[in-house]
Write a protein that binds this ligand. Structure first.
Ligand SMILES: NC(=O)c1ccc[n+]([C@@H]2O[C@H](COP(=O)([O-])OP(=O)(O)OC[C@H]3O[C@@H](n4cnc5c(N)ncnc54)[C@H](O)[C@@H]3O)[C@@H](O)[C@H]2O)c1
Length: 267
C-alpha cells in the first residue's frame, strides 16, 4: 500500500490483539512503528520481533504519559504520521449493576484515552498531515445489552472522530473510526471464553468471528494514500453482524415467548 513506507506510526494497545496486528502490518508496509501499551513485557517482546520497531510504556488515560511518549517519538524520529488508537478495555455489566467507578474506568481508557491521543499528536502532525485511526466498535453504532459504559465510550469515539476530522482537515490530517464486530482476541477470550466466541461468531452472516489481521488490513488502508480523500468516516469490520436483523435472533427467543408487553399493559 502506497504512503506507509518511511512513515512513523504510533500504535496504542499494541502489546496484543488488533493493535499488535496493526503494528506488524504497518511495519510490513514499511512504516517505522512505535508500539505503546500498559503491558510492558508483552509489548517489548512484540516490538523485538518487528524490524526497526520500539516499545514505549503508555497509559492512554494519563495526560502526562502521552506527553512523555509523543516527546520521545518526536525526539527520536522527528515526526508522527500515523496514530492507531487501539488501546481499550471491555467489560460487561447491566446498567443497574454498573457502579460509577466501573463506568468512569472504562470511559477513562476508551474515551478519554482517544481524546488525549488525538490532541497529543496534533503538533507533531500539523505540518505534514497524517492519518489518525480510532478503534470504536459495533457497540458505537447501536445499543448492546450489558454495555452501558463500553457503549458510551465507543459512541463517543465515533463522535469525537468526526469532530477531529472537521478540525484537523485543514492540516491534511485525516481521522477515521474503525468498528470491529466480534474479533477473536484476548479481550473476548477473557470476557466471554473461546467457546462462546465461536458460538456467537456462527450467528453473523459470514458465520465466524473475525481475526485481528482482518481489522488491521482496514487500518492499513486508512493509514495509506489509498484512502487520501477519506476522513470523518466509519469502517465496519464485523462479518455483516450489523447489516440487518438475522432470523436466528428471533428463533433464539425462549420457548413460549412471542412478544414483549403490549403498549400500556402493566408488567
Ligand atoms: N476484539 C473485539 O471483538 C473488538 C470489537 C470491537 C472493538 N474492539 C476494540 O478494538 C480495540 C482493540 O481490541 P483488542 O481486541 O485488540 O483488545 P485486547 O485486549 O486484545 O488489546 C487491547 C490492548 O490495550 C491495552 N490497554 C488497555 N488499557 C490501556 C491503557 N490504559 N493504556 C494503554 N494500553 C492499554 C491492553 O494492555 C491490551 O494490550 C479496543 O479499543 C476494543 O475496544 C475490539
Amino acid at each position: 500500500m502506497e504512503g506507509i513506507k518511511g512513515r512513523v506510526a504510533l500504535v496504542t494497545g499494541a502489546s496484543r490483539g488488533i493493535g499488535e496486528a496493526a503494528a506488524r502490518q504497518l511495519a510490513r508496509w514499511g512504516a517505522t512503528v512505535v508500539l505503546a501499551d500498559l503491558r510492558e513485557p508483552e509489548g517489548a517482546q512484540v516490538a523485538a520481533q518487528i524490524a526497526g520497531a520500539m516499545f514505549m510504556p503508555l497509559d492512554v488515560g494519563c495526560e502526562q504519559s502521552w506527553t512523555n511518549v509523543v516527546q520521545t517519538v518526536v525526539a527520536l524520529h522527528g515526526r508522527i504520521d500515523i496514530l492507531v488508537a487501539s488501546a481499550g478495555i471491555y467489560q460487561t455489566a447491566s446498567l443497574n449493576e454498573t457502579s460509577l467507578a466501573f463506568y468512569e474506568r472504562i470511559v477513562r481508557v476508551n474515551q478519554v484515552g482517544v481524546f488525549l491521543g488525538m490532541r497529543a499528536v496534533l503538533p507533531a502532525m500539523r505540518e505534514r498531515g497524517g492519518s489518525i485511526i480510532n478503534l470504536s466498535s459495533t457497540s458505537g453504532l447501536r445499543g448492546n445489552q450489558n454495555s452501558i459504559a463500553y457503549g458510551a465510550s465507543k459512541w463517543a469515539v465515533r463522535g469525537m472522530t468526526k469532530v477531529a476530522a472537521m478540525e484537523f482537515g485543514a492540516y491534511g490530517i485525516r481521522v477515521n473510526s474503525v468498528h470491529p464486530g466480534l474479533i477473536d482476541t484476548a479481550m473476548n477470550h477473557e470476557e466471554m471464553g473461546h467457546e462462546r466466541i465461536r458460538e456467537v461468531g456462527a450467528t453473523v452472516p459470514l458465520g465466524r468471528p473475525g481475526e485481528a489481521d482482518e481489522v488491521a488490513s482496514v487500518i492499513c488502508f486508512l493509514a495509506s494514500n489509498a484512502s487520501s480523500y477519506v476522513t470523518g468516516a466509519e469502517f465496519v469490520v464485523d462479518g455483516g453482524s450489523t447489516a440487518g436483523v438475522l432470523r436466528r435472533a428471533f428463533d433464539a427467543r425462549p420457548p413460549g415467548v412471542t412478544q414483549g408487553p403490549i403498549a400500556g399493559q402493566k408488567v
